[in-house]
Design a protein around this ligand. Structure first.
Ligand SMILES: [Zn+2]
Length: 371
């Protein structure tokens, strides 16, 4: 974990100079489509900054932590409620949000690049797990104890914070399955030296038995493993036909380093793939993960008919493009005919029908209907 010192010395909150006894950690999400922590650091390091100040921002493009106040400084991050203010007890950390979402008033938003959004959310989540594990160790906090690690939303429910919904609104809006309970468990596991990813996997398996879809921890990165269907070469072909391929690492419009067919995990500036085949193999690996979400739908009974390979491939392509939340919505309780009929409706980005999405849905539908 990388922590950059960016103390907001000009912010009136820093200047107020009050200290707290750290009793907990509150997780926030910035509530606007801005992945760059530096933008916030610049904006908030001003004498006239609105009366808000937090301890750290997590950058959406790099996962880097920008520490903006000394950890035991009293920040202005959560307002208050009838039981007091979390500002007196909790460190406040903001996760930056993807550029490819658009707020529609309140906590509702639309997302026009699910793949990129999920990559950003995953990056900030994993960095937050590490940071919170570090802070729990530093202040000898038990991450699973009541009220120690909470979200802004939970702070509001406990009446120690203003009425915000972050960051759960972002996770549930993108359908990525993260929950605060899963987060706390991941922090606990990280403190025990387990990589965050494994911890989430464990949480996913532990909750696999639950029948309640909303409570499952299918995290963004890895669906629970099982011996199930896999995408075929035909499915990979279909997706490849709709995703541009570049062998050299580049920054996508949302500022995320990308290579091959939209691959984002672990990509660094200057990275290069040797061939189209290598890019294809990387895509197939990424698609395996999304095929896992389709398998999960089957396991949970959201899909109750036996999928053909073509149907599986079509749904995997759909999930890769539209995300797990939309996949669940598309298939839940429906038979194959209804799914095929509803597929073309997912053709909008930013509220507008996009020709590329119309063509892609048509191709997926055709494959889905091919015996
Ligand atoms: Zn907040």
């Amino acid at each position: 974990m990388e922590i950059l010192q960016s103390i907001l010395e000009k912010n009136p909150c820093y200047r107020a100079g009050k200290k707290i006894k750290v009793g907990g950690l509150m997780l926030h999400s910035v509530g606007c489509p801005q992945p760059s922590a530096e933008v916030f650091v610049r904006k908030w390091n001003q004498a006239e900054a609105s009366r808000a100040c937090v301890h750290a921002f997590i950058d959406g493009n790099t996962g880097r932590v920008y520490q903006t106040l000394p950890w035991d400084h009293r920040a202005w991050h959560c307002g208050s409620g009838t039981n007091g203010s979390g500002n007196n007890t909790h460190i406040g950390v903001e996760m930056c949000e993807p550029a490819c979402i658009k707020y529609a008033g309140g906590a509702g938003f639309t997302c026009f690049d699910t793949e990129t959004a999920l990559a950003v959310v995953r990056r900030t989540y994993e960095a937050a797990v590490e940071l919170f594990a570090f802070l729990c160790r530093k202040y000898e906090l038990d991450p699973l104890a009541d009220g120690v690690i909470i979200s802004h939303k939970e702070g509001h429910e406990r009446k120690i914070a203003s009425g915000h919904a972050d960051p759960e609104h972002l996770w549930s809006g993108l359908g990525c399955g993260y929950t605060m309970q899963g987060f706390r468990e991941a922090v606990k596991a990280a403190m025990e030296g387990q990589p965050a990813q494994e911890a989430q996997q464990k949480a996913a398996e532990a909750q696999g038995a639950s029948e309640e879809p909303a409570k499952t921890q299918e995290n963004c990165r890895q669906p629970a493993a099982s011996a199930e269907m896999h995408i075929s070469d035909r499915g990979v072909e279909l997706v490849a036909g709709f995703e541009g391929c570049r062998l050299e690492a580049y920054k996508c419009p949302a500022g995320v380093w990308t290579i091959g067919y939209g691959h984002t995990a672990g990509v660094n500036p200057g990275d290069r793939l040797g061939s189209q085949e290598e890019a294809r193999a990387l895509l197939k690996k990424d698609l395996e993960q999304y095929g896992g979400y389709v398998n999960t739908c089957v396991r949970k009974g959201l899909i109750s008919f036996a999928l053909t390979q073509n149907q599986f491939d079509a749904l995997t392509s759909f999930c890769y493009n539209c995300g797990n939340g939309n996949l669940q919505k598309l298939v839940s309780g429906r038979d194959a005919a209804v799914i095929a009929e509803k597929l073309p409706a997912y053709n909008k980005g930013g509220g507008k029908v996009l020709p590329g999405l119309v063509r892609r849905r048509e191709a997926e539908r055709a494959l889905f209907l091919t015996p």
